[in-house]
Design a protein around this ligand. Structure first.
Ligand SMILES: Cc1cc2nc3c(=O)[nH]c(=O)nc-3n(C[C@H](O)[C@H](O)[C@H](O)COP(=O)(O)OP(=O)(O)OC[C@H]3O[C@@H](n4cnc5c(N)ncnc54)[C@H](O)[C@@H]3O)c2cc1C
Ligand SMILES: *[C@@H]1O[C@H](CO)[C@@H](O)[C@H](O)[C@H]1NC(C)=O
Length: 420
């Protein structure tokens, strides 16, 4: 059963402790989660449900989940690709199991349709063997190598030389997931505060002061002028789960050791959908061999069977920290990029017709390693890393962040469970 969402408080409407000492309103809080994406929502749920904390989620947009959490492939990943013992490997496998259980228990639309990773050139076959071994090491269930005829019998439109079958992969309606997690968080006392942006923070002793402004008042903000926040929040715990902006925001925390904050990189990924498909061209997820920065232009299916292709990788340059915090991201899909999609897709789907792709949507990957730099793990930093009690920073929560969300939340809760 879903609970009706409570009316949403606006920070400006909360009136309790006021202090005029610095001229800016101050507000005490137990626990503040910055960012209402799937990860922030899962953390808020976990902290309110299992640690019984009083949680306030601050989200700069006018509602939850408008960032990467609604701009992804909606794939529940097995956990194959990531180095053994990395956070990505362990939180993906654990998160996937938690997610399937949660979906079943709460009626979240999802399908465990399985996925084929395909080699289309002979040079790629050893890479499939490598992925098989890696997946096995990571504890991914049921992986199986298939020869071309077996894979092509499962997917008549597919052309490949060999394939790795991952039966635990699936698809999920991420919006329904977020709505359900959010409803549970709210029914355990979490308040979601939209239209408010955390613009920085400072420390007084061990106390964190978060600087918060109404997003609207920041719209015309001049990059260079000093901005005075509308309110200072004094929480016991802070979780920085600001997605694309989390590292940029951490760099605006006065008193934090900047040496522990990774650099920010942004890589846009566009999707194109397949026109006029009465019968879905595919019934399973089809992935090529991974490329630098992403998993390759792959086939994903919506829960209603609509086929889409993507995401490609386009590194975005010149996004400064202020633009990032103010959420100035460009999500337009340039129809021109389809030109690059056709040859990529035809490697495994040769009968793709000309002009059959139409622009879909775009998402931006929250990266902490740049082009050609290779693998970077999720970073989840507590006091042991930056020395500030009660603060957890999350950096580089790109794919498989949706799959891992509930395991990330449990991991953060463990870090904070000893806090006052
Ligand atoms: C193209 C693409 C495809 C992907 N495909 C998959 C997939 O198939 N499977 C999978 O498991 N994962 C996938 N991912 C990864 C997944 O989408 C992310 O890991 C996940 O959504 C991250 O959630 P989040 O809550 O950390 O970030 P977000 O959803 O971006 O949420 C962060 C929130 O913080 C808010 N915010 C930012 N700055 C501030 C501030 N200063 N103050 C207040 N609020 C702020 C933002 O408005 C936003 O709502 C994909 C990602 C991309 C980009
Ligand atoms: C947030 O701002 C939008 C306009 O930018 C407004 O329509 C909406 O009502 C606001 N939401 C809240 C909760 O104040």
């Amino acid at each position: 059963m879903k609970l009706a969402r409570k009316s949403i408080n606006n920070l400006a409407q909360i009136t309790s402790i006021r202090s005029l000492s610095s001229g800016i309103e101050k507000e005490k809080a137990d626990c503040v989660v910055i960012g209402g994406g799937v990860v922030g929502i899962a953390i808020a749920r976990e902290l309110s449900l299992n640690l019984r904390r009083n949680v306030l989620v601050i989200e700069s947009a006018s509602t939850f989940g408008t960032g990467s959490s609604s701009r992804n492939s909606q794939v529940i990943h097995g956990g194959i690709y990531y180095p053994p013992n990395s956070l990505k490997a362990s939180l993906c496998v654990r998160g996937r199991r938690l997610l399937y259980d949660y979906c079943k228990e709460h009626g979240i639309p999802h399908k465990q349709i399985g996925k084929l990773i395909v080699a289309t050139r002979y040079e790629e076959v050893p890479k499939l063997n490598y992925l098989l071994n890696r997946g096995n090491e990571n504890g991914v269930e049921g992986l199986k190598m298939m020869d071309a005829s077996e894979a092509m019998a499962m997917e008549p439109q597919l052309q490949c030389l060999k394939a790795l079958w991952s039966p635990s992969s699936g698809i999920i309606d991420s919006h329904s997931l977020m709505l359900s997690l959010l409803g549970e968080a709210e029914s355990h006392g979490t308040t979601f505060c939209y239209n408010n942006t955390v613009v920085g923070a400072h420390l007084e002793g061990d106390q964190i002061y978060l600087h918060v402004s109404e997003t609207e008042s920041l719209k015309n903000r001049d990059h260079k002028s000093q901005h005075c926040p509308d309110i200072l929040l004094l929480p016991k715990l802070v979780v920085n789960s600001a997605g694309l902006s989390s590292a940029a925001l951490a760099r605006c925390f006065r008193g934090i050791n900047r040496g522990v904050i990774p650099p920010s990189y942004y890589a846009r990924g566009c999707y194109f959908s397949l026109l006029n498909t009465k019968v879905p061209a595919f019934n399973h997820l089809i992935y090529p061999i991974p490329e630098d920065g992403g998993l390759g232009v792959h086939v994903t299916l919506d829960l209603d069977g609509q086929v889409k292709f993507g995401p490609d990788v386009e590194w975005l340059h010149h996004i400064d920290d202020t633009s990032s915090i103010l959420n100035k991201f460009d999500y337009t899909v340039c129809a021109d990029r389809a030109k690059k999609f056709y040859p990529e897709i035809r490697k495994y789907y040769p009968s793709l017709k000309d002009d059959s792709l139409q622009p879909g949507y775009a998402g931006i990957r929250s990266k902490i390693s740049g082009p050609g730099e290779g693998f970077a793990d999720f970073i989840i930093q507590g006091e042991e890393c930056h020395g500030i009690p009660g603060l957890v920073n999350l950096f580089g929560i790109e794919s498989p962040g949706l799959t891992s969300s509930m395991a990330i939340a449990a991991h953060v809760a463990t870090k904070l469970s000893r806090s006052k």
